[in-house]
Write a protein that binds this ligand. Structure first.
Ligand code: FE2
Ligand code: FE2
Length: 202
């Protein structure tokens, strides 16, 4: 299906019915951010619309509690690993990608599905589309957490928005995330470690 402005209007209305005010503000800020990032990285009008769709749907299950997340996975046969169970904050990307496709099969294709699927943990060899959702979620303007501000400032301090700069920004984001998890004595999901290592070339 060709996505257009009407798809965005439709989805904004859909999530307004489902999300808390706080989550909604974050979601709209991610939509705004990803539109900026899409322009910086040369996406055309259709590409930017698609990026915006992924932003609108990325946290669609974030407000379901952990028990609900696990039972959703069981109900639909979504595989949960032991590592997933140790990082419950990441569950909503598994369930969110699935629910988004269930609810909007004409809108959510593989590209959007995967971007939602990996927006929390990251993964090695992410596509440009996946990287932009991951980053927009991290640096959108309503985020005031110190690491988010650090990452936003680093990203926008560049004069040139090259793939290399995007990868350097992602590497910094993984380092900040991992440092935080270490400080809080929390487990690090192996996908995040693999994603970080994949960005370090030799
Ligand atoms: Fe999320
Ligand atoms: Fe988010």
């Amino acid at each position: 299906m060709q996505l257009n402005e009407n798809s965005l209007i439709f989805l904004r209305g859909e999530i307004e019915k489902k999300m808390s005010k706080k989550r909604l503000l974050h979601t709209f800020a991610v939509e705004k951010e990803i539109s900026t990032l899409g322009k910086l990285y040369g996406f055309d009008k259709n590409g930017i619309t698609k990026l915006r769709v992924s932003a609108l749907l990325h946290d669609i299950t974030k407000e379901i509690n952990i028990d609900g997340q696990i039972s959703y996975c069981k109900q639909y046969g979504i595989k949960i690993t032991k590592d997933d169970l140790k990082s419950p904050k990441l569950f909503h990307s598994l369930t969110g990608a699935h629910l988004a496709r269930q609810l909007y099969p004409d809108i959510v294709d593989k590209t959007i599905f995967n971007a939602i699927r990996f927006h929390t943990s990251g993964k090695p060899n992410m596509s440009m589309f996946e990287k932009l959702l991951y980053l927009a979620d991290y640096i959108e303007e309503t985020r005031v957490f110190a690491d988010c501000v650090t990452l936003r400032n680093f990203f926008y301090s560049s004069k040139e928005f090259t793939l290399e700069h995007l990868d350097k920004t992602l590497l910094l984001s993984y380092d900040l995330t991992i440092k935080n998890l270490l400080d809080e004595v929390r487990p690090i999901h192996p996908k995040t470690i693999a994603a970080r290592n994949s960005l370090i070339k030799n």
